[in-house]
Design a protein around this ligand. Structure first.
Ligand code: SF4
Ligand code: SF4
Length: 309
């Protein structure tokens, strides 16, 4: 067995994690910088970003509105949508048309939080944790969740998930904590507690599902409509993807699949020499870092996907 494979196996068995590389470091830095920018917005006059991860304004001019948040607003207002909101959502939609579901792996603070507590290697004995190709029911569940949230928004006349979203909530929590520490008007301990509860609940659900029931990343795979939208829509055609670049070098060791946080069975793609177009993939690059032979690569390619979702 080649030395590099033995080293990677050693990391998996002894340390419990595959070696980390440039993508993990870059992602964590970006997530922290974005969280810090949102958290300090009340403190810094002329802050680079104002708002939350659901709806914000960058450099005072560029409006950004998450696509699912926009859909919920449209449902809640029964189609009465402003031109500004259309512009704001187009900015975000265009961005993730290039980047696919990268929001989840590179921006979302919940990914950062989940990764602190979850197991770093998939358990091959548990059905929803071991690397696998999802069945019809598993694939339908996130779509059902999205439909339920949109229906609730329409019935309640108010964006349902966006109001309680821990994704946006984590940025609100950060800015409220800073606001309370620096005594900034509008920031209260009550708001800190409220957002901490929402974020903590999402974390608890996600971790409990993994440790008690063997379901990895329950939140991201079944409950969060923000990631699901990018997964089912923009991941289908975005040029950013994990590419199979050296399929002939693959020894079938499966280290890539074991390192994947959302349990994608990568060997199937490698055998078929198809780039990874799975709706669950959030372009984190862990599989690329785990492979000792450079079979995979993260980057842009217009063609090369197999069309599998
Ligand atoms: S699925 Fe939702 S919670 Fe999970 S990483 Fe993506 S946006 Fe964040
Ligand atoms: S397939 Fe690779 S890039 Fe995609 S989520 Fe899994 S480990 Fe991350």
């Amino acid at each position: 067995m080649p030395l590099r494979v033995r080293q990677h196996r050693f990391w998996l068995r002894v340390r419990g994690i595959p070696p980390r590389g440039k993508y993990t470091i870059a992602r964590r830095l970006l997530q922290l910088v974005i969280l810090a920018l949102f958290s300090t917005q009340l403190l810094v006059s002329g802050s680079i970003v104002v708002g939350t991860l659901a709806s914000s304004r960058v450099l005072k001019i560029v409006p950004m509105l998450d696509v699912f948040a926009w859909l919920e607003h449209a449902a809640a207002s029964r189609g009465s949508i402003s031109t500004e909101s259309i512009l704001a959502v187009l900015v975000v939609f265009t961005l993730y048309s290039f980047l696919g579901r990268a929001f989840c792996g590179w921006v979302c603070p919940m990914d950062l939080l989940f990764s602190l507590f979850e197991r770093k290697v998939n358990n091959p004995r548990l059905p929803l944790t071991r690397p696998h190709t999802p069945g019809r029911i598993e694939k339908a569940l996130p779509l059902i969740t999205m439909a339920v949230f949109l229906g609730l928004s329409m019935v309640l006349g108010q964006p349902f998930y966006t109001t309680i979203s821990p994704v946006a909530g984590a940025t609100k929590l950060g800015s409220m904590v800073v606001g309370v520490v620096y005594n900034i008007p509008g920031a209260t301990l009550g708001l800190v507690m409220a957002w901490a509860t929402i974020t903590g609940l999402a974390l608890f659900i996600n971790i409990a599902a993994e440790y008690l029931f063997g379901v990895k990343r329950l939140w991201c795979r079944f409950l969060c409509p923000v990631g699901a939208f990018y997964g089912f829509v923009t991941n289908k055609y975005s040029p950013l993807k994990v590419k199979v670049v050296n399929a002939e070098k693959c020894l079938g060791c499966g280290l890539c699949s074991l390192a994947c946080p959302v349990s994608i069975e990568l060997l199937d793609y490698i055998k078929e020499k198809k780039d990874i177009m799975d709706y669950r993939c959030f372009h984190c690059g862990r599989c690329v870092e785990a492979c000792p032979h450079g079979v995979l690569s993260l980057g842009f390619r217009i063609r090369g996907g197999g069309g599998r979702t």
